[in-house]
Design a protein around this ligand. Structure first.
Ligand code: C2E
Ligand code: CA
Ligand code: CA
Ligand code: CA
Length: 275
């Protein structure tokens, strides 16, 4: 409100100070969290919408701090970017995931989220190259997910980097598609192989005609461009059926599976079709 009283103001001020202090505490705790194994990795499967076959797993981080409890993944990523340790965290996660995924059947993809801070890091490409070499995980089975926020400051080196990854056979997916703005231009100039339709549209499409229009348009656009489209956040059978009928390529979401710890992810490998 515009008429915030002195009291309320001080209350928010104190809250902000507490938050800032907690953030500093978490940032200081990050290096130890990595070394001591507080940061864990879970794997969320995605499936071919038409054949119902398992296509691969997306890698997601989990941090349970002994004092502060569960830290949401997007908050952890922001903290690591602030702390300047995002590349270290990203490399750790990627290496652990590649070590696990090299034991999987050879048609399964491993999909890793890469933040702006990572792409801007000089160490990103050398680290990735080393990880692929050390683990023997094939580049052609690695997918990286980037959001359009990497284009906020359009940069020739980002363009070059994405092309270089692409030429090594790495699959590049545009994450959270539709959530921000002006994504269409990026599709013209960057070598994306896949679009991940943001969960917000999937959530609303069956009760909001405008959300449905956007979902239909994105899937048609993907088909037209010859790129795959993954629908995120699929939670109901109705959403699954609708997306499949539109020709959506891949499905991900709680309906089919939550993100899983490594052993439970492995157990999915022996099953055929949707869980
Ligand atoms: P994202 O990449 O868009 O990941 C999808 C998020 O939606 C995940 O949240 C996942 O657990 C959640 N999700 C999956 N299916 C459903 C569903 O059916 N319904 C709902 N409501 N949610 C679903 P999570 O794990 O909390 O991650 C949040 C964000 O943090 C991710 O969004 C990603 O941007 C970032 N993130 C997570 N792990 C990493 C990582 O290792 N590296 C980087 N750079 N970012 C990461
Ligand atoms: Ca993602
Ligand atoms: Ca997403
Ligand atoms: Ca997201």
């Amino acid at each position: 409100s515009k008429h915030v009283g002195g009291h309320t103001y001080h209350f928010y001020d104190a809250q902000l100070r507490t938050l800032a202090k907690r953030n500093r505490g978490l940032i200081r705790a990050l290096p130890h969290a990595l070394e001591s194994g507080q940061i864990k990795i879970v794997y969320q499967p995605f499936f071919n919408a038409q054949s119902q076959k398992l296509c691969g797993f997306e890698v997601l981080v989990r941090w349970t701090h002994p004092e502060y409890g569960r830290i949401p993944a997007d908050r952890l990523i922001r903290l690591a970017e602030e702390a300047g340790s995002i590349q270290e965290l990203g490399s750790y996660v990627t290496e652990q995931a590649c070590l696990l995924a090299r034991e999987w059947p050879s048609d399964l993809l491993l999909s890793v989220n890469v933040s702006v801070g990572q792409l801007e890091s000089k160490a990103f490409l050398p680290d990735l190259t080393r990880i692929l070499q050390d683990t023997g995980f094939p580049a052609s089975r690695l997918q990286i997910e980037v959001t359009e926020s990497i284009f906020m400051e359009p940069d020739a080196s980002t363009f070059t980097l994405l092309h270089s990854l692409r030429s090594q056979g790495i699959i590049i997916a545009l994450d959270d598609f539709g959530k921000g703005f002006s994504s269409l231009g990026y599709l013209r100039f960057f070598p994306f192989s896949k679009i991940k339709l943001d969960a917000l549209f999937v959530r609303d499409m069956l009760r909001e005609p405008r959300a449905a229009s956007i979902v239909r348009a994105v899937i048609e656009l993907a088909i037209d461009l010859g790129v795959a489209v993954t629908a995120e956040g699929v939670e109901t059978q109705e959403q699954l059926s609708y997306l499949t009928s539109l020709g959506c390529t891949e499905i991900q979401g709680y309906l089919l599976s939550h993100p899983l710890p490594p052993l439970e992810a492995m157990a999915l490998l022996t099953r055929d079709g949707f869980p």
